[in-house]
Write a protein that binds this ligand. Structure first.
Ligand code: SAM
Length: 287
């Protein structure tokens, strides 16, 4: 079995989670779900898992990271720490519904559903990724009636039918982690419109977008020149990026009022691989 185009980055993120868990001696749901997802991904996933589990394989992974995008595994950890924190804050402030767009092989949804007994969770991704998530949930022994998964390709389908799983009047926190950069700006806008059309309550958003480098192209500061070609070959080229000063206006045009942007140069916890803006905000009532 081979994975569909567009899943390579999700697999690398899951491998980074499995590696971190191994290093930290953790066997929590984040770690188990990442491993189960890789296991359900066919040959490519199994190969990555073997690398995670052998000293020689881990050395190869470190060398590959240094050769392509130094610090990216730590960046994923940095990003996920903040996202979990912001999502908890939103739930504590009253959100009763979590929407995860482009869920990949991340366990945010199942973990939040387990931790917050009144939370509904809807996860959306392409069909091949949702199929892997279903197998991974089963392998982890998770049966969670408050967790719904729906498949959808944001570039070819209108969000109407898929997002009908959202409760209309329930305050919601929506997460789009590592997703918007793959969608053209008009698709980003229609995605948020689709979410707004299905839910009339307050919708908080946590999302990320690529920064533009000095050459005006979206990308990480430390990425090697060959990353762009690799992403294109894997069917995951970055479609757009923006600068920090322009981010609020770009997002406002897509219906999202940005209220906070994580500081990549935070002295206490700097982003190990800057180049992706991580932000939170609220969806406008209408735009
Ligand atoms: C880089 S991964 C991030 C996964 C996860 N959010 C994380 O950060 O661990 C991007 C995810 O977005 C999904 N995605 C990208 N383009 C998509 C599209 N057009 N329709 C649906 N999902 C898409 C991919 O399938 C993938 O799971």
């Amino acid at each position: 079995m081979t994975m569909a185009a567009g899943a390579s980055t999700s697999m690398l993120i899951a491998a980074a989670e499995a590696l971190a868990a191994r290093r930290e001696g953790r066997d929590d749901l984040h770690a188990r779900f990442a491993r189960a997802s890789l296991d359900a991904c066919g040959d490519a996933g199994a190969r990555l898992l073997r690398r995670v589990d052998s000293a020689c394989g881990r050395l190869l992974l470190r060398l590959a990271e240094a050769a392509v995008l130094p610090g990216i595994a730590a960046h994923y950890r940095w990003r996920k720490r903040r996202i979990r924190h912001w999502v908890h804050e939103a739930i504590e402030a009253g959100a009763r519904q979590l929407l995860v767009l482009g869920a990949g092989f991340d366990a945010l949804g199942p973990c939040m559903a387990a931790r917050h007994p009144s939370l509904r969770v809807l996860e959306v991704d392409r069909a091949a990724t949702i199929a892997v998530r279903e197998r991974a949930l089963q392998a982890c022994g998770i049966e969670q009636p408050r967790l719904l998964m729906r498949d959808m390709d944001f570039t070819t389908e209108g969000p109407g039918d898929t997002l009908r799983g959202l409760e209309r009047d329930v305050p919601t926190i929506a997460v789009a982690e590592g997703l918007l950069m793959y969608l053209r700006p008009d698709i980003v806008s229609s995605l948020w419109r689709g979410v707004r059309a299905q839910c009339r309550a307050r919708i908080d958003v946590v999302a990320s977008a690529m920064a533009c480098g000095e050459d005006g192209m979206p990308g990480f500061r430390c990425q090697r020149p060959w990353l762009r070609g690799w992403l294109a070959r894997r069917g995951e080229p970055f479609a757009w990026g923006t600068t920090r000063p322009c981010l609020p206006a770009v997002m406002a045009a897509a219906g999202l009022a940005v209220t906070h942007v994580a500081d990549p140069d935070d002295g206490r916890d700097p982003d190990p691989c800057p180049g992706e803006w991580l932000f939170r905000g609220t969806l406008l009532p209408r735009w």
